[in-house]
Ligand binder design. Structure first.
Ligand code: NAD
Length: 279
């Protein structure tokens, strides 16, 4: 499953939608000077510019107070010219992350982390859905993987990846099992999976001996090791699986493409071109 190719196609569709919609603006907020966060923000800005979405760069020192940060979020919420508001996570220690996420206008919540949008996903009425899980599903659909009735196993239960992926698979009529750090005998579950999504953050957690013959495997892991960037799935699993996403070049590029697509969706909701479901 080639994430780069699919992401490129989605970005060109986003660029076309951006041209049709006219002026689009995505506001990001970076608090502190974490180098990884700075890199992620600059990648998001470059990708946005490339598709005709104007990025607005807001930066605050790590010493900013919660009240000042919320004040900025509220100002961006109220600015009618802005379609998406994205606080870069994680926030520095001492700031109340859930409080910041909950302050973002749900209609501008391009990360899909606001409790209202998370709740809509849970209720089976997805609106703005987190980008990485959307990317996982898009890769499976693109590969023509049968999801209805499939046994799907998700390794990881984070709010950012594991839980939303599980909900999307459930909505696609898969039978879903969610595994996590307290799961006993992980391989018993993974070996049963027609569709396996791994998002644990542990290099080679899933070896070839843990994958069912012919399975579709999505490796979300991004682990920086001495050997470079590696996933959570041993690449040897490709000998057993029918489909496997590479790392790098699998889910990673899809995440940014889906963030851009979420910005288009947010703009369409706010302009009445898509119906935003009632709370
Ligand atoms: P997280 O640390 O929030 O969650 C990890 C999850 O894995 C937890 O739910 C935990 O219970 C589970 N886990 C830990 N050890 C386990 C074990 N031995 N067996 C089974 N489950 C176990 O991480 P996250 O934010 O969900 O990210 C997971 C991975 O995905 C990381 O490598 C991260 O870098 C990567 N990621 C990639 C993208 C992307 O764009 N490709 C986006 C987000 C996260």
């Amino acid at each position: 499953m080639d994430g780069r190719a699919l992401a490129a196609r989605i970005r060109s569709e986003v660029a076309e939608a951006a041209r049709e919609l006219g002026s689009l603006r995505l506001a990001t907020i970076l608090v502190g000077d974490d180098p990884a966060s700075q890199l992620y923000i600059s990648r998001k800005h470059d990708a946005a510019r490339e598709v005709g979405i104007e990025p607005l760069d807001h930066r605050l020192p790590a010493s900013v107070s919660q009240a000042e940060l919320l004040e900025l979020v509220s100002r961006l919420n109220a600015d009618e010219s802005i379609d998406g508001v994205l606080p870069q996570l994680p926030l520095p220690e001492g700031l109340d992350e859930p409080g910041v996420i909950a302050t973002v206008d749900p209609a501008k919540d391009v990360d899909g982390f606001h409790p209202l949008n998370a709740g809509r996903l849970y209720l089976g009425r997805p609106t703005l859905v987190p980008a990485t899980p959307r990317g996982c599903l898009a890769l499976l659909v693109e590969a023509g993987v049968q999801l209805a009735g499939a046994r799907a196993v998700v390794v990881g239960r984070s709010v950012i990846v594991g839980k939303p992926v599980a909900h999307l698979l459930l909505q696609a009529d898969a039978t879903v099992t969610v595994c996590h750090s307290r799961t006993v005998e992980l391989a018993r579950h993974t070996l049963d999976a027609d569709v396996l999504v791994v998002a644990a953050g542990i290099p080679a957690l899933v070896g070839p001996d843990m994958v069912k013959q012919g399975a579709a495997v999505v490796d979300v892991g991004q682990n920086h090791t001495a050997a470079g960037l590696v996933g959570d799935v041993d690449p040897g699993a490709a000998d057993v699986a029918a489909h496997l996403t590479p790392v790098p070049g699998g889910v990673g590029p899809m995440t940014i493409a889906m963030l851009l697509d979420n910005t288009i969706r947010a703009a369409k909701y706010r302009r009445g071109l898509l119906a935003f479901p009632p709370a």
